[in-house]
Design a protein around this ligand. Structure first.
Ligand code: BGC
Length: 350
């Protein structure tokens, strides 16, 4: 079978490998891949800045945004052939730390976790893959074209849960959310905000392409002005930051209404220096009881929340997030970013 692989941390090592089909172990599903999504983390791994091959191996099968169809499942697994499934990315550290022991491997405390297609475990950018049935999520059969958006949606479902749990430390009835960045994470965060009945605003740099209409079709408002202007006018109760851009992160912290919750989801590069009035920022956070929370990855609960959110969403809207579908035969094109991309998907089957 064919699989997209890399040799971390060597930059430029991306290639197509011919590998033996995996054999399912006890309790595992055998899955024919349909598609795999490409994201910034894949590009970081390709650039040699992140990622780790499985123990004792040089190459890592890439891909953590999966979608496949079950070919074979153990009788007591709860899955049957033909089910549409997504594989979970992270596995608990083997110790396990107390968070992992509680099923909250997304909150691992000792960094000993592994992640499929990222850290120490083969990913899903292969024509066939296996997954433990306990780390597989069944999707509504109607999501065959867009179910590849599950993993980024799980990340966003977790971010929303964090916002709501942090908000719940006192009386909290948010009305307005500002999402910064109209990439897949930002747009899916806006979708989940709209599903919550909030007044949703999205800020991005681009003025053309598909993003403004995608935001408008959620009943949300698209902004391209300076962040400071937008927050001064809106005073959002919640900011979900999905760019990782230092200036926006700082402006988000300073720009909410009192009792604001700022959730940071973007991974930024280090080494960029900005001048900050630290006293002013601290004063703002303290005097307004604001909270800043970082959020990464997702556990099984968040995947289930994401599956529900996708099943509730307008499938035609979700489809428009996928701006390019690249067949495996032209795999390299999927990893070369183009200006109007939102989500690029490598198609592996059907
Ligand atoms: C993935 C997460 C993962 C993170 C760090 C993101 O792209 O969506 O599941 O935890 O990268 O490796």
């Amino acid at each position: 079978m064919r699989a997209v692989t890399v040799r971390p941390p060597q930059p430029g090592s991306l290639g197509l490998s011919d590998l033996p089909e995996p054999e399912p172990g006890a309790g595992e599903l055998l899955v024919d891949a349909l598609a795999v999504g490409v994201c910034g983390t894949d590009r970081e791994i390709i650039a040699g800045a992140y990622g780790r091959a499985p123990e004792g191996r040089e190459r890592l099968v890439l891909g953590h945004e999966s979608l496949g169809r079950v070919r074979g499942a153990p009788a007591d697994s709860g899955f049957t052939a033909g089910d549409l499934v997504v594989g979970v990315v992270r596995r608990p550290d083997p110790v396990p730390c107390e968070a992992c022991a509680h099923g909250e491997f997304d909150m691992c405390r000792n960094d000993g976790y592994t992640e499929r297609g990222i850290l120490g475990r083969d990913g899903y950018a292969a024509e066939v893959w296996t997954v433990e049935s306990g780390y597989a999520i069944r999707l509504d059969p109607g999501l065959a074209r867009v179910g590849v958006l599950m993993e980024p949606t799980s990340v966003v479902a977790k971010a929303w849960e964090q916002v709501e749990r942090v908000g719940a430390r006192a009386w909290f009835a948010p009305r307005r959310v500002l999402v910064t960045g109209a990439g897949p994470i930002g747009l899916l965060a806006a979708l989940l905000g709209a599903q919550r009945g909030l007044d949703v605003h999205v800020l991005d740099r681009v003025t053309d392409g598909p993003k403004p209409a995608l935001v408008a079709d959620l009943g949300a408002t698209y902004h391209t002005e300076e962040m400071g202007e937008v927050t001064a006018a809106l005073r959002p109760d919640i900011v979900i930051e999905a760019t990782g851009a230092g200036r926006l992160v700082l402006d988000a912290m300073a720009g909410t209404a009192p009792y604001g919750v700022i959730c940071l989801t973007g991974v930024s590069v280090s080494g960029r220096h900005l001048t900050v009035d630290a006293g002013c920022l601290n004063r703002e956070l303290v005097l307004e009881n604001n909270a800043v929370v970082g959020s990464v990855n997702a556990n099984l609960r968040h995947y289930r929340q994401a599956a529900e959110a996708l099943a509730r969403a307008d499938a035609a809207w979700l489809e428009r997030l996928i701006t390019r579908r690249v067949p495996l035969a032209r795999w390299a094109e999927a990893y070369a970013p183009a200006p109007e991309d939102i989500k690029v998907v490598l198609t592996l089957g059907e």
